[in-house]
Design a binder for this molecule. Structure first.
Ligand SMILES: *Cc1c(COP(=O)(O)O)cnc(C)c1O
Length: 477
């Protein structure tokens, strides 16, 4: 067990000694100074501090350590050259308020990235500002709202399938829309009849993920977009699953008006634990004047920031978005070029390979060709005494990051597996074999399976207590 840094503290130890003189703080107004002499800070040498944090970082699971099949999150390999390029001085030393004239290189990068993402999505205009997928959804819903304000229509409803990511209804609700949930059909797809039943002149938009969160391609996508447009609504495309279709089709061809991408998923920038990310939003021509300011433009000679956009929803983020993420995504796109298409093909192939090997051992509720991910149910194993959480915990002793569990909500005991394109057949086999072994262990000795994980720094935690009464602060005994 690693000790806390406070427990390693030795009184009167100093880290670095910069000067012998005591610092004179008289220039600071005393009301801003901490008068509490009891401030508890750990006392260690610089070397011991480094060792402490290195030890902690070694406990992290990361893509560099092992397979990370976290469904919906696209934990693919992030080429290290992206990092190198993002640390170039020309980028890191540039102040965000520097004149356009002095920022031509960075503006060009943003402009070119916008153009590349327009090609991938088929959209007519793009903003790079939103900081994540959910932030992109918020941006998109704000555009929908402002659009209907300018047309003078008071449309209040946003339709969302029951398979959607929770951020979809949250984003719509934040903009004051009513969310209308529609049930999926037995094939795991949008039920056209259920859709028709809720479409009317109160429909502002539908938010759809395609392939959906079950990893299934919405076969009736063209019929869906036709119906929604005929009712006068807009179509919002949650592009979190773009990794399945890059270069093969795009949201524009499917009839969508607004789309967000998750650069930290599809376009290979490291993420986890909440960031950093980027959620660019693309729109069709008629929504171009609603994008956040500034837009990044090019007049054939110079790149510039334009703050004068007619119906702009305003600003989504300080400055121009998470710029370092944009650099990495652009580097990745240049590196891949036309092979982006192969990334999607391999992601889909890998998922189908695993799905077909596992479906004899775990219930597969929607047994159809999948896209880049698939969703199993742990129902058979639960009957034998081990639920999906138990399976996830057991996997942690095999040097795997567990898959996404209990999402999407419409599958009991869901186990959502997304291998991505970057894994070798050997890695996929290794994971599949372990899953099959676990299914066998559950048949033979469910109690033993439930005792895992045995090798992780922290064993099973009390999930209720951890959520309700998190104990995060050090208090001196
Ligand atoms: C990840 C994800 C989101 C949210 O994206 P963030 O970048 O995490 O905010 C939305 N929808 C789907 C389907 C996702 O997988």
């Amino acid at each position: 067990m690693t000790k806390l840094i406070f427990e390693k503290s030795v009184e009167n130890t100093q880290g670095v000694k910069i000067t012998d003189e005591t610092v004179d703080f008289s220039f600071i107004n005393s009301k801003f100074l901490n008068q509490n002499k009891e401030t508890i800070l750990p006392e260690l040498t610089e070397l011991e501090v480094m060792r402490h944090y290195k030890e902690l970082s070694d406990k992290n699971f990361c893509i560099e350590k092992g397979f990370y099949p976290l469904g919906s999150c696209t934990m693919k390999y992030n080429p290290k050259v992206n990092e190198l390029l993002a640390t170039l001085e020309g980028f890191t030393e540039l102040h965000p308020l520097q004149d356009d004239e002095d920022s031509q290189g960075s503006l060009k990068l943003m402009y070119n990235l916008q153009e590349a993402l327009k090609t991938v999505t088929g959209m007519d205009a793009m903003t790079l500002q939103p900081a994540a997928g959910a932030h992109g959804e918020l941006c998109g819903m704000m555009i929908v709202k402002k659009y209907f304000e300018t047309t003078g229509e008071n449309r209040k409803n946003v339709i969302i399938p029951d398979s959607a990511h929770g951020t979809n209804p949250a984003s719509a609700a934040m903009c004051g829309f009513n969310t209308v949930e529609i049930k999926s059909n037995e094939k795991g797809l949008v039920d056209l009849e259920a859709l028709k039943a809720v479409l009317d002149n109160n429909t502002a938009a539908i938010m759809l993920t395609n392939p959906n969160t079950l990893g299934l391609f919405e076969e009736d996508i063209l019929e869906i977009s036709k119906l929604v447009h005929e009712a006068g609504g807009l179509l919002y495309y949650d592009g979190a699953n773009m990794n399945a279709i890059m270069g093969y089709t795009n949201p524009k061809l499917m009839g969508f008006d607004i789309v967000h991408l998750n650069l930290h998923k599809t376009f290979s920038t490291p993420h986890g634990g909440g960031g950093p990310g980027a959620g660019p939003v693309g729109v069709v021509e008629k929504l171009k004047d609603f994008l956040p300011v500034p837009t990044i433009e090019f007049n054939g000679e110079k790149y510039s920031r334009n703050y004068n956009v007619k119906h702009s929803i305003g600003k989504m983020k300080a400055f121009y978005g998470n710029f370092s993420v944009l650099i990495k995504a652009y580097a990745y796109i240049l590196l891949m070029g036309k092979n982006l298409k192969d990334a999607s093909a391999n992601a889909v192939l890998n998922a189908n390979y695993m799905m077909n090997k596992l479906k004899k051992h775990y219930l597969l509720p929607h047994d159809r060709k999948c896209m880049h991910e698939f969703v199993l149910s742990g129902d058979w194993q639960k009957e034998q005494g081990v639920n999906t959480l138990g399976i996830a915990k057991r996997l942690m002793d095999g040097n795997f990051h567990p898959p996404t569990v209990y999402f999407p909500l419409i599958v009991h005991e869901a186990i959502m597996i997304e291998p991505t394109e970057s894994e070798t057949k050997e890695r996929l086999d290794d994971f599949v074999d372990t899953m099959i072994k676990i299914a066998q262990e559950i048949k033979e000795n469910p109690e033993e399976v439930l005792s895992h994980p045995l090798t992780t720094p922290v064993r099973k935690v009390d999930e209720t207590l951890a959520a309700r009464k998190p104990d995060l602060a050090y208090k001196k005994a």
